[in-house]
Write a protein that binds this ligand. Structure first.
Ligand SMILES: CC(C)c1ccc(C(=O)O)c(O)c1O
Ligand SMILES: [Fe+2]
Length: 308
């Protein structure tokens, strides 16, 4: 059983880094911890980074990273993945230090070629995240549209030891990274419902107060940010949500509240009927550009570390 601590960070490619830095810092409310040539590290915790933006020709998903419970779990994960025939790479120490992390492994997820990363720890910051426009509680989840929905769910369940909390049948499977309690840190969405285009669906930040959602209801439209779904309440996790677009058209979600699962004797996963009110109790309807932008950005295995 592989044991994860949490979803650690997501790395996105953006087409105008300065524009996106302004957006994620001043409107979403993340703290810019470091900007280097072509890359910006943001945090919403005492971690060095929970979102990393890279200047890129095309906007999209570059990497999703999970923090492991311990160093031993990193080795356990590497052994498990290798047994399943995956190539697992470890970043040389200088490189993992260069991204402010301890031991860092990477592999290419086999269905759509997403770069996944596991690490044992990140550098902590002496002064933690200082909230500004919004009190972000954590990076909540990433949802990705996969080309083979069933095969992807099977991979995350059987190889990565993720558990399904709920699904909306044929549309999205909500998975938690065992034994992390949150209802989902990864949403496996079905690319068939997106014109057979795998890619980023959305990135979620959980906020601390209902007021953080309330303030965004004013702040985002006042700054001409496209609102693409909500406000509403999701039946699966019970969270109150609000979705808006980033400067490249990628979808960002704020949510407040989420069901938590015990490690032992969790409730059974539910399968919800694929109908609009399974996505929102309150009756809002997603706009056409909701969850449309964001390619899967290919990673070259030889550039992601040394083969274990
Ligand atoms: C409609 C989208 C995919 C959705 C549905 C439910 C939840 C939840 O229960 O938290 C989400 O976070 C979603 O993004
Ligand atoms: Fe979500």
């Amino acid at each position: 059983m592989i044991r994860y601590k949490k979803l650690g960070y997501v790395a996105l490619g953006v087409t105008d880094l300065e524009r996106s830095i302004t957006y994620y810092r001043d409107l979403v409310g993340l703290q810019l911890n470091l900007q280097e040539e072509g890359v910006a590290y943001f945090s919403c915790s005492d971690d060095h980074h929970n979102l990393v933006l890279y200047q890129n020709d095309v906007a999209g998903l570059k990497r999703i990273a999970w923090e492991m419970e311990s160093d031993a779990e990193l080795d356990n994960a590497a052994d498990t993945f290798k047994k399943h025939g995956l190539d697992v790479y470890e970043l040389p120490t200088e490189e993992s230090k260069g991204i402010f992390q301890g031991r860092t492994l990477r592999f290419i997820e086999p269905n759509d070629g997403i770069c996944f990363e596991l690490y044992n720890q990140q550098y902590k910051r002496a002064t933690s995240y200082q909230p500004t426009v919004s009190k972000i509680a954590r990076l909540g989840h990433v949802v990705v549209s996969f080309s083979d929905w069933d095969a992807s769910i099977k991979f995350f369940r059987e190889v990565m030891n993720f558990d399904t909390s709920d699904s909306i049948d044929g549309f999205i499977n909500f998975m938690r990274c065992f034994p992390n309690p949150y209802h989902h840190t990864l949403g496996v969405s079905n690319a068939k419902l997106r014109g057979d285009r795998p890619g980023l669906h959305h990135v979620n930040f959980m906020v601390t107060d209902m007021d953080d959602i309330g303030r965004a209801l004013n702040r985002m439209p006042e700054n001409n940010i496209p609102i693409v779904f909500g406000p509403g309440r999701h039946p699966p996790s019970g969270s109150i949500f609000y979705y808006f677009l980033d400067p490249d058209g990628m979808t960002v979600e704020y949510s407040f509240g989420m069901e938590e699962f015990p490690e032992e004797n969790p409730r059974k996963p539910r399968s919800l009927e694929p109908r609009p009110d399974s996505g929102d109790y309150w009756g809002s309807v997603p706009k056409e550009d909701w969850a449309q932008a964001g390619d899967i950005l290919p990673a070259k295995p030889q550039l992601i570390g040394q083969l274990l």
